[in-house]
Design a protein around this ligand. Structure first.
Ligand code: DER
Length: 227
């Protein structure tokens, strides 16, 4: 099956986890879009969705899913979201879609977080996918230099400002993204701590000890992973 088929299978499997009455965190990206679509198709009468991006909010609204703002709910029962890489212990790299800050805030408010993905996302060690780092716009070139110093401590090349065809990528929160190419991240926890200590860094795409389980679409159907 193709990667898109595998994404759809995992998204549809995750939609079955939702029960009426739940507050559901709605992830961002192409895999999460399959989940949102499948959830809307269930037509549950009493759920509320908390979107992790404007893109997901727009899609959910078009599909008639009732939404709530994160601060309007006490807790989120279940969040379903994609990932760029799924590593050991369900450690993740996220942020390919530049939504990592709202995603991480929704995840941390959730009782249960389920990752959905196609088989290619599962890796033995994190880091083939460049690590996204969210940076405030003010003085970002100087922040970028401080990030380069951190990268050098981990023998990694200097992170690069993420550009799209119309210039810098700006997140829903008005921040910028620097991507840190690595090849492999042997000490994700140490790198996460080092990045958060840099003035101007808001957060990064390492999601460590946040995923409770993963539903991965494969050629043999959906496999269920736990940390
Ligand atoms: O940006 C994100 O964190 C997305 O969840 C991303 O990691 C997965 O996007 P995809 O489902 O389109 O591959």
């Amino acid at each position: 099956s193709s990667a898109d088929d595998q994404k759809r299978l995992s998204g549809e499997a995750a939609a079955e986890l939702v029960e009426n009455g739940m507050v559901v965190g709605l992830g961002t990206g192409s895999t999460a879009a399959w989940f949102v679509k499948a959830l809307a198709a269930r037509g549950l009468s009493d759920i509320r969705g908390v979107p992790t991006s404007e893109a997901t909010a727009n899609m959910a609204r078009e599909l008639g899913l009732p939404l709530a703002a994160l601060d309007d709910v006490k807790t989120i029962d279940l969040t379903v979201d994609g990932a760029d890489e799924i590593g050991p212990g369900l450690s993740l790299i996220k942020g390919g879609g530049a939504a990592l800050l709202r995603e991480k805030l929704v995840w941390e408010a959730s009782t249960r977080c389920v990752v959905i993905a196609d088989a290619a996302k599962k890796v033995d060690v994190l880091g083939k996918f460049p690590l996204p780092i969210e940076v405030v716009r003010f003085g970002h070139v100087h922040t970028g230099r401080r990030l380069a110093d951190i990268a050098a401590e981990f023998d990694l090349p200097p992170p690069r400002l993420r550009q799209a065809d119309r210039g810098m990528v700006v997140t829903d929160g008005g921040n910028l993204i620097y991507d840190m190419a690595s090849g492999r991240i042997d000490e994700p926890a140490a790198l996460a701590t080092a990045l958060k200590s840099v003035t101007g860094v808001v957060d990064h795409g390492l999601f460590l000890d946040l995923a409770d389980e993963a539903l991965v679409g494969t050629d043999q159907g959906v496999i269920h992973l736990r940390p």
